[in-house]
Design a protein around this ligand. Structure first.
Ligand code: ZN
Length: 419
């Protein structure tokens, strides 16, 4: 990668106009706020800006079951509960649902394609990163898993793809999709415990079969601040990248890990959240940058704009430039407002040290030169094998049987060391 990376940025202005519902915390409008701030800071002059491709039902079917894709194309209230959509679920049925999915998924897919064809070094899609969606159903405000679909596209050209997730929630949908393969390594940093959604992602959830040790989970407690987070993030990611040697990276930048998030309980600043992005950028690998959660929307826009600035190498003034949504950023009108909360940092030094030691033990199990590294860059044929294997699995099993509780229980140490 050249010293100044070529950055491709995808934004469909229509994607911000969908509504999950008045009282629903997910507000696609945050994407309009973000884009407006990106423009007002002049960042569009430092990158290629695209109105992205829209994903088709076939694209979505690369990962999701036929039944589910068919439903998304013609959703009804009556059939919704089968896919956990509609009244009583956290994924409402709203006007234009399929179009919404095809917009955010198309942007991630096109980002992956541009990376594959070396048309850019970094691709950004703030509308993507919907990491909870499952093959057969919606989950946690996510309908289509654009991340899995983008990774499948990257696997056409890349032998090993690294997925990193800094959303406050466990990246369960992506982990589950690649739980049994060593061609994708997933690393998720998230709040764990107190029945926090989605409830998965304990430190002993490490993958299965060929994928054993290729899922890394970093369970965190309330109130983690930026310094503590980076003390875990940097050494972990350095070791993962040294060991795994990915040829491409997908980074999900959920902004609900910031302090003052409407649903979160962490104490990260925008600067420290951005430091994670900057750190991953420093490895100079083809990288797809995605959004994710984030429910205090003025801070989501600040965070993703700041990170766009880091990715294009621009320094941004702390003073929010005047623009369409200026009043949203009051009363301070600064890019880095005080975001400290009353959540105490429960991640003690002892806890963090034990966490790092346990992760280190797992990472040592990864062969420095895993078998997959001996292979030539796989052809599309291998991708088809992967998809075929998944289709076979679909015939055999019900989605819920994938992680039977008895299996999960085996991974929980009796002394509950990490709870
Ligand atoms: Zn989240």
């Amino acid at each position: 990668m050249a010293s100044k990376p070529v950055v491709a940025y995808f934004h469909d202005e229509d994607v911000a106009n969908f509504h999950y519902g008045q009282r629903h915390p997910m507000k696609p409008h945050r994407l309009a706020l973000t884009h407006s701030l990106v423009l007002n800071y002049g960042l569009h002059e430092k990158m290629q800006v695209y109105r992205p491709y829209r994903a088709t039902a076939d694209d979505i079917g690369m990962f999701h079951s036929k039944d589910y894709v068919r439903y998304l194309q013609r959703p009804t209230l009556k059939d919704g509960s089968k896919f956990l959509i509609g009244t009583g679920h956290d994924c409402p049925l709203f006007e234009g649902l399929f179009d919404f999915c095809s917009m955010y998924t198309g942007a991630s897919l096109e980002g992956a394609r541009k990376l594959n064809h070396k048309q850019c070094d970094i691709a950004i899609n703030w509308s993507g990163g919907l990491h909870h969606a499952k093959k057969f159903e919606a989950s946690g405000f996510c309908y289509v898993n654009d991340i899995v679909i983008a990774i499948l596209e990257l696997l056409k050209y890349h032998p090993r793809v690294l997925y990193i997730d800094i959303d406050i929630h466990h990246g369960d949908g992506v982990e589950e999709a690649f739980f049994t393969t060593d061609r994708v390594m997933t690393v998720s940093f998230h709040k764990f415990g107190d029945q926090f959604f989605p409830g998965t992602g304990n430190i002993f959830e490490i993958g299965e079969g060929r994928g054993k040790y290729y899922s890394v989970n970093v369970p965190l407690k309330n109130g983690i601040d930026g310094d503590t987070y980076l003390r875990i993030f940097k050494p972990t990611m350095t070791k993962v990248i040294e060991r795994y040697q990915p040829s491409a990276i997908v980074l999900q930048c959920g902004a609900d890990s910031l302090g003052l998030d409407r649903l979160g309980c962490f104490n990260m600043t925008i600067e420290s959240h951005g430091a994670c992005v900057d750190f991953i950028k420093s490895f100079n690998l083809p990288t797809l940058i995605l959004g994710g959660g984030g429910y205090t929307i003025r801070n989501v826009a600040r965070c993703w704009t700041y990170e766009t600035g880091l990715l294009v190498g621009a320094e941004l003034s702390n003073e929010i430039p005047f623009g369409e949504y200026f009043p949203f950023f009051g009363p301070d009108f600064s890019l880095h407002p005080d975001m400290s909360t009353s959540f105490e940092n429960e991640n003690t030094k002892e806890y963090v040290d034990r966490l790092l030691a346990q992760i280190d033990l797992h990472l040592k199990q990864i062969e420095a030169v895993p078998s997959v590294m001996m292979q030539e860059i796989p052809s599309d044929g291998l991708l088809h094998d992967l998809i075929h294997a998944r289709k076979e699995e679909e015939k055999d099993k019900n989605a819920d049987e994938r992680f039977p509780q008895s299996e999960r229980d085996k991974h929980i140490k009796p002394d509950n060391e990490f709870e």
